[in-house]
Design a protein around this ligand. Structure first.
Ligand SMILES: Cc1ncc(COP(=O)(O)O)c(C=O)c1O
Length: 402
C-alpha cells in the first residue's frame, strides 16, 4: 500500500510548487466527507473553492456525466451537439439573459468578459480604437492568466509576470465614489466580485452593488459580475447580486457550474452585448462540449428547484451565529453570507496556515487565505450537525494555540 507521506514525497519532487497544499492525499469522497489514502475521514469545508456546492458524488450530476460519457463527449464547436440547446436556454433562463458563451475554466470566462466588453466598447459605445479601459477592484481575484494578473494587486499573483496588459484601472473595493472618479470617456466596464472570495470573503457595504448598477447604467458602462465563486447557491441565492436585487449586464460563471466533475464556465449577457462576438473572434475547443453541457444541465436543473439556495441560506444563519460566538475567543471578525465565511484569527495566536493544520488534525479540511483568515465554504449538502461539529473543531483548534 502507498501511504500519504510516500505520495506527498513524489508529488513534492515531481510537481511544480505552484500550490502549498495541506498534507492530505484524498482518494474518495461522498457528500461533504472525503477519505484519504490512509483511510482517514475529513469534513470538506472548502468544496474545491465553491466548485462542489452540490456535494461530492452528487447523484444527479454523476448520473448525467456517466450517461453522457457513454454517448458523446466532444464534437468541438465545428458542429452542433444535442446537449447545447438545453444548456444555453437553461443557463439563459437562470440568469435572465438572452445568450451564453461557454468556456471551461473561470479565468477563461473572465477573459471572455474582458474581450466582449472591449468589443462592445468599440462597436456599440463608440470608444476610440485601442483606448478601452475596464475598472477593477483592489484585492480582486479573477484568475491567473497574464491579462488577469496584470490587474491583480496581489504581489504573489502578479510579481515577475510582466510585461502587463494595459487597459485596467484599479480602485478601492466597496467605494462607489472611487469608481465614479475613475470613469472617463474610454471606460467600457466595471468588473466586480459581489463578494471577494480570495481576499477573505469580503462583503461590500450595503447598497454598493445597487449604486454601482445605477452608476453603470447612467454612464453607459457594462457592469460585469464575477460570480464564479459567489454564485450558484453559495450565498443563499442563485447569484450573490440578488441580495441587492441587482442584475449585472454580464454574469461570469464557473466552478460549481461543472458540479465538481468537469470544468464548465460561461458568460451570460443579452444579445446587445454578447452579440458583438462573431465567428472566429473567440472560442475554445472544449468550451461547451457535450459532457460539460450535460453536467451543466444537471446543475441548472438542481438550481431551478431553489432547494440548495434555501438550504445555504438556512445553514448559513446557523454557521454565522455559531461563528460570532467565537469573536473575542481567538477570533477577531467573521464575514460572509450564506454558507460562506471568512474568519479572521487573532494573528498574535497563530497564522491561518497553522490553524488549517490544527483543523486538519481534528478532521476538518479548510484553507487559509491572506495570512490569518480561514475560509469556510462546505458543500451545501452538509448536515447541520456536521456544520456545528466543524465550528467546534475550529474553536478547539484555536484554543490549542492559547
Ligand atoms: C471570483 C473568481 N474568479 C475567477 C476565478 C478563476 O477560476 P479558475 O481557477 O477556474 O480559472 C476564481 C477562482 O478561484 C474566482 O474565485
Amino acid at each position: 500500500m502507498t501511504t500519504s507521506s510516500e505520495l506527498i514525497g513524489v508529488i513534492e519532487r515531481r510537481s511544480a510548487h505552484n500550490y502549498h497544499p495541506l498534507p492530505v492525499v484524498i482518494s474518495e469522497a461522498q457528500g461533504a466527507w472525503v477519505t484519504d489514502v490512509d483511510g482517514r475521514r475529513f469534513l470538506d469545508c472548502l468544496s474545491g473553492y465553491s466548485s462542489l456546492n452540490f456535494g461530492h458524488g452528487n447523484e444527479k450530476i454523476v448520473e448525467a456525466a456517466q450517461r453522457q460519457l457513454a454517448r458523446l463527449t466532444l464534437t468541438s464547436r465545428a458542429f452542433y451537439h444535442d446537449q447545447f440547446a438545453e444548456f444555453c436556454a437553461g443557463l439563459g433562463d437562470l440568469t435572465g439573459k438572452d445568450m451564453i458563451l461557454p468556456m471551461n475554466t473561470g479565468a477563461e470566462a473572465v477573459e471572455t468578459a474582458i474581450k466582449v466588453a472591449r468589443k462592445w466598447g468599440y462597436e456599440v459605445k463608440g470608444v476610440e480604437p485601442e483606448q478601452a479601459t475596464i475598472i477593477v477592484m483592489e484585492d480582486n481575484f479573477h484568475g491567473r492568466t497574464t491579462t488577469i494578473v496584470s490587474f491583480s494587486t496581489d504581489p504573489d499573483a502578479r510579481g515577475g509576470f510582466g510585461p502587463y496588459t494595459p487597459g485596467f484601472k484599479i480602485v478601492k473595493y466597496g467605494s462607489v465614489e472611487a469608481v465614479r472618479e475613475a470613469i472617463d470617456a474610454n471606460t467600457v466596464a466595471v468588473l466586480v466580485e459581489p463578494i471577494q472570495g480570495e481576499a477573505g470573503v469580503l462583503v461590500p457595504p450595503d447598497g454598493y452593488l445597487t449604486q454601482l448598477r445605477e452608476l453603470c447604467t447612467a454612464e453607459n458602462i457594462l457592469m460585469i459580475a464575477d460570480e464564479i465563486q459567489s454564485g450558484l447557491g453559495r450565498t443563499g441565492r442563485t447569484f450573490a447580486c440578488e441580495h441587492e436585487n441587482v442584475v449585472p449586464d454580464m454574469y461570469v460563471l464557473g466552478k460549481a457550474l461543472g458540479g465538481g466533475v468537469v470544468p464548465v464556465s460561461a458568460v451570460a449577457a443579452n444579445a446587445d452585448v454578447l452579440g458583438v462576438i462573431k465567428p472566429g473572434q473567440h472560442g475554445s475547443t472544449f468550451g461547451g462540449n457535450p459532457l460539460a453541457c450535460a453536467v451543466g444541465n444537471a446543475v441548472i436543473e438542481i438550481l431551478r428547484t431553489g432547494e440548495f439556495q434555501e438550504r445555504a441560506a438556512r445553514l448559513g444563519e446557523v454557521l454565522h451565529a455559531r461563528l460570532r460566538e467565537l469573536i473575542g475567543d481567538g477570533v477577531v471578525t467573521v464575514r460572509g453570507r450564506g454558507l460562506w465565511a471568512g474568519v479572521d484569527i487573532d494573528p498574535s495566536l497563530a497564522t491561518g496556515r497553522q490553524v488549517s493544520e490544527a483543523l486538519m488534525a481534528r478532521g476538518v479540511l479548510a484553507k487559509d487565505t491572506h495570512g490569518s483568515t480561514i475560509r469556510l465554504a462546505p458543500p451545501i449538502v452538509i448536515s447541520e450537525e456536521d456544520l456545528l461539529w466543524a465550528v467546534d473543531q475550529l474553536a478547539d483548534a484555536i484554543k490549542s494555540f492559547r
